[in-house]
Design a protein around this ligand. Structure first.
Ligand code: PHE
Ligand code: NA
Length: 456
């Protein structure tokens, strides 16, 4: 039963490669598109605070667990969890956590690709000057024209899936490093330029800051807390094996704690800066903070349309957003590809083509949820809302909870101590207390109270 599974061959040359790959996975649409719009929907301040607390108490310890499991096993998440469980005297059923992760990755990528398609569409449209001089009403109409047109959405969704498939099929080492090393800092600089625009050209920067950081706890519903926690998992790429898959290639001598902290801080910074760029523009133009998934696409283009050099800045901005989405997309499907290739000797190309087709097909559900299926609802949610809720708020936290319990209770203390290589025992014991008790408990309490409220 406990046959040994093939381990990955080779590790990445330096700690930096892992940081770049994991940052590439973490920083994406979650930061620039999703964080601002859900923050807007759930009323700002208090929501942001819960999100930040979840990053610290739940996200960082669980990310350490994922990396250490991946690096210790040096194989894909399904085999990593199964083999390490058996080695530790537990059951191979732990591999189900890996399977759930593969499923979550497919589901997330199916809608992620549609939204990334929007970014590609905006790259082209702003590049052609379609947004020059537009006001907020016009950007709203142009966004509506895009989302109400299934053919256009399918075109850009298909293009994004093809790009993802090409990178996956060639193996993710090549190309990824440079794109992250050069493009991510460029994206960050452009976000800062937009913050600069918001400070100088709108008189709403203070209002934007206040919305993000003034804690009004009266707006904090149970659902808001669940969504804030879910987003902490989503934005750090946790709970589905992406980080575990990359961890399998991390060199032994690199420090897991320091590396994980770096990634979490970078990811959080990008989200907060995106919020500081977007909300002042939202308020200055009388847009609705709770406008939903279109928030990014109706706010920034208005600013690009009116600022000097906006056509160039806007084109580059959405191009960089697309590339950031691409480096996240490949991490959503890589666990499945790694499993099939390592375990069943299927070629990377075959695996990539099959999986991409499945994801592409699923994505049509999201495409239609913005037009012909917009009134098809379950629990008051359309297809896209349901997928998003199920993955980010249920599957990822559940996966993370199980991963944390696995690292805290199933793996031997000595194994983990050795893997984390922490000289400082206080730090080690803090991580272990979080992994065993605090992180799982936080997830459980939030799950139980929200579900209890939903059904009572
Ligand atoms: N973290 C990515 C983002 O913020 C999304 C993602 C989620 C990627 C889960 C991989 C796994 O855009
Ligand atoms: Na993110």
């Amino acid at each position: 039963m406990a046959e040994a599974h093939k381990a990955v061959s080779g590790t990445w040359a330096t700690r930096w490669t892992f940081i770049l790959a994991a940052t590439g996975s973490a920083v994406g649409l979650g930061n620039i598109w999703k964080f601002p719009y859900i923050t807007g929907e759930y009323g700002g301040g208090a929501f942001v605070l819960v999100y930040l607390a979840c990053i610290a108490v739940v996200g960082i310890p669980i990310m350490m667990s994922e990396v250490l499991i991946g690096r210790h096993a040096r194989r894909n998440p399904i085999n990593a969890m199964g083999d390490l469980a058996v080695e530790s005297g537990s059951t191979r059923a732990w591999s189900l956590v890996g399977w759930m992760g593969v499923l979550a990755g497919f589901l997330i990528l199916s809608f992620y690709s549609v939204i990334a398609g929007w970014a590609l569409n905006y790259t082209a449209d702003i590049g052609m000057g379609l947004f020059n001089g537009v006001n907020a009403e016009q950007t709203g109409k142009m966004f509506g024209d895009l989302t109400s047109n299934p053919g256009r959405l399918i075109f850009w969704h298909s293009l994004f899936m093809i790009l993802t498939a090409i990178i996956i099929a060639r193996g993710i080492h090549k190309g990824l490093e440079n794109s992250v090393r050069i493009m991510m800092p460029a994206l960050f600089v452009l976000l800062l330029v937009m913050v600069g625009y918001s400070v100088t050209s709108t008189d709403k920067f203070g209002e934007g800051l206040q919305f993000l950081f003034a804690f009004d706890f009266s707006k904090l519903t149970g659902e808001a807390i669940l969504v804030a926690m879910g987003h902490a998992f989503f934005t750090l790429s946790l709970g589905m094996g992406a980080i575990m898959t990359y961890g399998a290639y991390m060199p032994k001598q690199a420090s897991i704690g320091g590396t994980v902290l770096t990634i979490a801080v970078l990811d959080t910074l990008v989200a907060l800066v995106a919020g500081m760029a977007i909300f002042p523009i939202v308020f200055a133009n009388g847009l609705e903070a709770g406008a939903g998934p279109g928030l990014l696409f109706v706010s920034l283009p208005q600013a690009f349309g009116s600022m000097a050099g906006g056509q160039i800045f806007g084109t580059i901005f959405f191009l960089l957003v697309s590339i950031a989405a691409l480096s996240s997309a490949i991490s959503l499907i890589e666990p499945a590809v790694a499993y099939i290739v390592q375990q069943h000797n299927v070629s990377r190309l075959t695996a990539t083509i099959c999986f991409s087709l499945i994801v592409w097909l699923l994505g049509l559900g999201t495409v239609f949820s913005f037009n012909i299926w917009s009134e098809v609802k379950l629990f008051d949610k359309n297809f896209f809302d349901l997928l998003d809720f199920l993955t980010a708020n249920i599957m990822l936290p559940l996966g993370g909870l199980l991963i944390s319990i696995f690292a805290g209770w199933i793996l031997k203390r000595s194994v983990v101590l050795n893997e984390l290589a922490m000289q400082n025992l206080v730090r080690f014991n803090t991580w272990r207390a979080a992994a065993r008790v605090f992180s799982p408990l936080a997830v459980l309490v939030i799950f139980v109270t929200t579900l209890y409220k939903a059904f009572s």
